[in-house]
Design a protein around this ligand. Structure first.
Ligand SMILES: *Cc1c(COP(=O)(O)O)cnc(C)c1O
Length: 519
């Protein structure tokens, strides 16, 4: 691999072409006659002049510098970097989907509407919530949508609660979403076990509090075992519970947040439901709500109308207006009938409105739908079991060499501390960099904030025992190295195209322009 692949502009050679246009068979006209003066370029665009093979090699080489789950183990805690089955990609690329235009008449999009509707029903079944919207574009966007729903609900009740409580183990997006929605955020400290401190919660949850935002399992990889009581505390004080469900991988098929008493839940299709993520690509963060909050969901809602051929069923279920109730448990078998007619209902006066253009990131939804259908009910139940088993297997293998500050067993992920190693001369960052030389992506580091020198490890259910053993062996090898010669671990990585970039500078001063000769 060439670590110094030049920019495509640097490969430019005047006059070189990737293709040639056929001879023009209509009279030519100067572009100055066709476009308004203000739209014409003052000087020629500086585009690279390269051949087709130059382009193919350049981008193929760059793509090979990427670390990806298709080549190596990627135990990035909280991110659920599970393998994304390729059948999902096949489905999303079917012409019937890729050639759909969002402005097509509703009559011509019945197939995709059925898929979206059915996906909502599956998420309802998995989560125990009453209804879903697929619109939000990411987990954090789902959180914001949830906060907007809480605000609309409170306003409707004539309440002016201004506070959201967030445990200190929360994902950083939680307080950010609440603040973005105009709420004051109050952080509460976790107890010695790394769980929500019930006593502190009771004291903090006053009549000013609109909701608690909780992640379950939390970011330490621990299940909030008092979740029922936690929800009761919030409800007794007239507030709501928002659950960050990005960690649903641990619970899928085993337990349902809706049954635990939460009012709003977001799921990350690009984590739990195996749609690709990373690199800022499209994601999807559907949210589910209780019956009481349904009127506030974003519009349009996808609903099903029965047609004449199913008239009898229709009358039985829906009564005179012919509209099926939205609740999944009432939506019965007619959902699968070809005679069903899906439509978009904008008629929700209390709705918070749209949060995304059209139907959201539909490509992600097709992938998640394919994933769920290929797993089937039985497969869905195994995901959670294997995710938890793999994490505990790895945790057990590492506990002799690394400090594990919280819990004795974990859910789908766990957090170790490299405090001991730092004392000997190599930090969590050094260990993370060294892992790259072994061919493993680093775990999430320095998060959650409540663990010193944190390394958050999430193996996911898609990894084999051999891979877990190899990773554990590398981690143990690194720990032994640190005992004897920590500089070897500090002076890494040695095998990657780029070693230790200045990440802050890259984020704060991105260089997005290339000037000829300046390079
Ligand atoms: C990933 C994650 C989020 C945010 O999701 P995005 O899709 O990245 O916006 C929120 N909470 C938790 C616990 C997460 O793991």
């Amino acid at each position: 691999m060439n670590p110094t692949e030049p920019l495509i502009f640097e490969k430019s050679s005047p006059g070189r072409r990737g293709f040639t246009f056929p001879v023009c068979d209509v009279p030519e006209k100067p572009v100055t006659n066709l476009l308004p003066q203000t739209m014409l370029r003052k000087q020629e665009a500086k585009l690279p002049e390269v051949s087709e093979i130059d382009v193919v090699r350049h981008f193929t080489r760059i793509s090979q510098m990427n670390f990806c789950v298709d080549t190596n183990f990627y135990p990035l805690g909280s991110c659920t970097m599970k393998y994304n089955p390729k059948i999902n990609e096949d489905a999303a690329r079917m012409e019937g989907f890729t050639k759909l235009h969002p402005y097509l008449h509703i009559k011509h999009c019945q197939g995709i509407l059925k898929l979206l509707y059915d996906l909502e029903q599956m998420l309802i079944a998995i989560s125990g919530m009453s209804a879903f919207t697929l619109q939000p574009a990411a987990g954090a966007h789902g959180e914001l949508t949830g906060m907007l729903i809480i605000r609309a609900y409170m306003e409707k009740k004539g309440e002016t609660r201004h506070k959201i409580i967030v445990p200190d183990s929360a994902h950083g997006t939680n307080p950010a979403s609440a603040a973005l929605c105009g709420y004051e955020v109050e952080s509460i400290q976790s107890n010695a076990e790394g769980l929500v401190d019930i006593k502190k919660l009771k004291e903090s949850f006053t009549r000013d509090t609109a909701a608690l935002m909780i992640t379950n399992p939390n970011t330490l990889g621990l299940f909030e075992k008092d979740i029922m009581e936690i929800c009761k505390i919030a409800h007794d004080a007239g507030g709501l519970v928002y659950c960050d469900g990005a960690n649903m991988n641990a619970l899928m098929g085993i337990a349902r947040p809706g049954d635990m008493g939460v009012d709003i839940l977001h799921l990350n299709l690009h984590k739990t439901f195996s749609t690709p993520h990373g690199g800022g690509g499209p994601g999807a963060g559907p949210i589910g709500v209780t019956k009481e909050l349904e009127p506030f969901l974003p519009i349009p809602r996808i609903e099903v109308l029965a047609t004449e051929s199913t008239e009898i069923t229709e009358r039985k279920i829906a009564g005179a207006n012919g509209r099926l109730p939205l609740h999944p448990h009432n939506a019965v078998s007619s959902v699968n009938s070809v005679a069903d007619l899906f439509h978009l209902n904008y008629d929700y006066p209390d709705s918070i409105g749209r949060v995304r253009a059209f139907y959201g990131h539909v490509g992600m939804m097709i992938r998640a739908y394919t994933y769920l259908l290929s797993l089937g009910k039985e497969g869905v139940c195994k995901v959670g079991e294997y995710a938890v088993l793999n994490a505990n297997y790895l945790r057990h293998k590492l506990e002799k060499n690394y400090d594990i500050p919280y819990g004795s067993t974990c859910m789908h992920e766990f957090v170790i501390s490299a405090k001991k190693q730092k004392g000997k001369g190599a930090s969590a960052l050094d260990i993370a960099k060294k892992l790259l030389d072994y061919g493993f992506h680093a775990p999430t580091i320095y998060f959650p904030l409540i663990v010193e020198e944190a390394m958050m490890i999430e193996p996911t259910e898609t990894e084999s025992r051999e891979t877990l053993d190899a990773f554990a062996a590398a981690m143990i090898h690194i720990a032994t190295d640190i005992e004897q010669r920590p500089e070897v671990v500090r002076n890494t990585p040695q095998t990657t195209p780029i070693g230790r970039p200045d990440e802050v500078k890259a984020a704060r001063e991105p260089k997005l322009r290339w000037e000829m000769g300046v390079g």
